[in-house]
Design a protein around this ligand. Structure first.
Ligand SMILES: Cc1cc2nc3c(=O)[nH]c(=O)nc-3n(C[C@H](O)[C@H](O)[C@H](O)COP(=O)(O)OP(=O)(O)OC[C@H]3O[C@@H](n4cnc5c(N)ncnc54)[C@H](O)[C@@H]3O)c2cc1C
Length: 445
C-alpha cells in the first residue's frame, strides 16, 4: 500500500545523499531521505579514519551549502605542499601552493565532520524530511513515478529517486544498471598518528614496492596515515603491536617526521573501484559512490560525488524554472552526460596511477621514474596534475590547454607503454578526442 508521495526521494544519508538534499533544499520541492542508520549516528557520526582531501571546488560547494561554516575551528587543515616518492630514492615529484598560486593545494577534513556538518544544515530545512532506521528493500519505476519499498513493507512514491547507497549500491542492481568493478586486491589501513617533527603542512606519498604509505597533514604535529598493501598482508598491520607499528611507519618514512605514535584505532578498507555504466534510468539517478567509487590514491571520491550532486541539482532547478518534469529523461541525461565526461577521465586516470605505482615489473619501475621526472620538469604537465588534484581551474584546465598547444613542437622522445599500463592508457585514450590526446602526442601509445 502506498503511504506517501514526494517530489524527490534519496536513498542513503551519507555525505553524497545529504549534500544533494541540501542543494535541493532551496527549491520548491518536498524531499525525503531514507537512511539505514540511527539518528544518533547521523547527529554524531563516529570517526571512521577517513580524512578527506577536499579540492577548492568542494570547499566552495560546501561554503555555498553552509556546511563548511559548521565545521569546528580546527576541523580543516590546509595542505600546502605534496611530495611523491618512488622506491627508496630521495627524488620526489613536488607540488606547492606558491607555484600553484593558491592559498593551499586543498584542505583535509575528517569524514565524520563532513557528515555531521551536512546533517546539521539539512535537518534545519523545512522541506526535507530524514527518516532514520529505514532500510530500502526494493526500488522500481514506471513512466509516472518511482516506488520504494521499505523492509517494514511500507511503499513510498516519488517523481524522482536518487540512490546514494554506497559503491556496492543494491539499488543500482535492482534498477538493472550495470557497473564496472575493479577489485585491486589491496587494502588500505588508515589511522591518525602524532610525530615529533613538523609536517610543514605537506602531504607525503611514498610508493614503495608492494606497499604505499601516504601521510596527510592534520592540525599540529599530527597526520592521517594511509598504508596500502596487498589484502593478503593487511592483517599484519592491524595485528602488530602499537610499538611495532610506530617503528614500522618511522622506517617507511625514513625518519622524515621523526618519532611516530599511533593515536586511536587502525581502520581497514578493502579497495574496490566502481564506475556505473549509466548514471540514470527511468525516473532514477545514481549519485556519490553509487555512481562512481574511486580508489583513494588521487583523493577524488567525495570531491567527485559533491560535484555530481551539484550538477544534478542544477539540472533539476533548470527543469523547474522551465516548467519541465524533474524526473524526465532529458533532465536526467543532462546530469549523466556532464558527470560521465568528468568522471570517466578521473576514474580511468586514477586506475592508471594505481597500476603504474603497484606493478613491480622492471618496466613499471622504469615508467614510474620517467613519469615522476616528466611531471616534475614539464611545466604544463605539472600544472595539469595540480589543477586536476586541486580543482582550482574549474572549466578548462589551463595546464591541459597549454600542453596540447605545445605538444606538436616538443622534441620529446617516445616512451611506449606496455602491459596493463598500456591497456589502461588505451581505455582512457578512447575517451579523449584525437586532437586533444596527450597520450598519443607524447608517444605513450
Ligand atoms: C580510506 C579512504 C580514504 C578516502 N579519502 C578520500 C579523499 O581524500 N577525498 C575524497 O574526495 N574522497 C575520499 N574517499 C572517498 C569518500 O569517503 C567517499 O567517496 C564518500 O564517503 C562516499 O559517500 P556516499 O554518500 O556516496 O556513500 P557512503 O558514505 O557509503 O554512504 C551511503 C549511505 O547509504 C546508506 N544506505 C545504504 N544502503 C541503504 C539502504 N538499502 N537503505 C537505506 N540506507 C542505505 C548507508 O547506511 C550510508 O549511510 C576516501 C575513501 C576511503 C575508503
Amino acid at each position: 500500500m502506498v503511504s506517501e508521495h514526494f517530489d524527490i526521494l534519496i536513498i542513503g544519508a551519507g555525505p553524497a545523499g545529504l549534500s544533494f538534499a541540501r542543494s535541493l533544499g532551496r527549491l520548491p520541492l518536498k524531499v525525503l531521505i531514507l537512511e539505514r542508520s540511527s539518528q544518533t549516528t547521523l547527529v554524531e557520526p563516529p570517526e571512521d579514519g577517513r580524512e578527506i582531501a577536499l579540492t577548492h571546488l568542494s570547499v566552495n560547494l560546501m561554503k555555498e551549502s553552509g556546511a563548511w561554516q559548521r565545521l569546528p575551528e580546527d576541523g580543516a587543515s590546509p595542505i600546502e605542499g605534496a611530495k611523491v616518492f618512488d622506491g627508496e630514492s630521495s627524488y620526489s615529484l613536488d607540488f606547492d601552493r606558491e607555484s600553484a598560486d593558491l592559498e593551499a593545494l586543498g584542505y583535509l577534513v575528517p569524514n565524520h565532520l563532513i557528515r555531521k556538518a551536512f546533517y546539521e544544515v539539512v535537518s534545519s530545512q523545512a522541506n526535507i524530511e530524514i527518516r532514520t532506521e529505514s532500510v530500502v528493500e526494493n526500488v522500481s519505476t514506471d513512466a509516472e513515478r518511482g516506488y520504494v519499498t521499505l523492509t517494514s513493507g511500507e511503499v513510498i512514491t516519488a517523481n524522482l529517486i536518487a540512490a546514494a547507497d554506497t559503491r556496492f549500491s543494491e539499488m543500482r542492481r535492482k534498477m538493472g544498471v550495470s557497473a564496472t568493478l575493479k577489485d585491486f586486491s589491496r587494502t588500505a589501513i588508515v589511522c591518525r598518528m602524532e610525530h615529533s617533527r613538523s609536517h610543514q603542512q605537506t602531504a607525503l606519498e611514498c610508493f614503495h614496492y608492494g606497499r604505499t604509505t601516504a601521510v596527510l597533514p592534520m592540525q599540529g604535529k599530527r597526520s592521517s596515515v594511509v598504508i596500502t598493501v596487498n589484502s593478503r598482508d593487511a592483517h599484519q598491520y592491524t595485528e602488530m603491536s602499537e610499538e611495532e607499528f610506530n617503528r614500522n611507519i618511522e622506517k617507511q618514512l625514513q625518519g622524515m617526521l621523526g618519532e611516530m605514535t599511533l593515536l586511536g584505532k587502525r581502520h581497514v578498507y578493502p579497495l574496490v573501484a566502481v564506475h556505473a555504466n549509466q548514471f540514470v534510468a527511468r525516473r532514477f539517478a545514481l549519485i556519490g559512490d553509487a555512481a562512481v567509487g574511486m580508489h583513494p590514491v588521487t583523493a577524488h571520491g567525495f570531491n567527485l560525488g559533491l560535484r555530481g550532486q551539484a550538477t544534478l541539482a542544477k539540472a533539476i532547478e533548470s527543469a523547474i524554472t522551465e516548467g519541465r518534469d524533474i524526473g524526465s529523461e532529458e533532465v536526467l541525461k543532462v546530469y549523466e552526460s556532464t558527470h560521465m565526461r568528468i568522471s570517466r577521465v578521473l576514474y580511468h586516470g586514477t586506475n592508471i596511477v594505481v597500476g603504474l605505482f603497484t606493478h613491480e615489473s622492471v618496466a613499471a619501475k622504469l615508467a614510474r621514474k620517467v613519469t615522476l621526472r616528466l611531471a616534475n620538469n614539464i611545466t604544463p604537465v605539472k600544472r595539469l596534475i595540480t589543477e586536476s588534484l586541486t580543482e582550482s581551474e574549474l572549466e578548462q584546465p589551463s595546464g591541459l590547454k597549454e600542453m596540447v598547444q605545445r605538444l606538436p613542437g616538443l622534441p620529446l622522445p617516445r616512451f611506449p607503454l606496455r602491459g596493463p599500463i598500456k591497456q589502461a592508457a588505451q581505455v582512457v585514450s578512447k575517451r579523449i578526442p584525437e586532437k586533444m590526446n596527450p597520450l598519443k602526442r607524447i608517444g605513450f601509445l
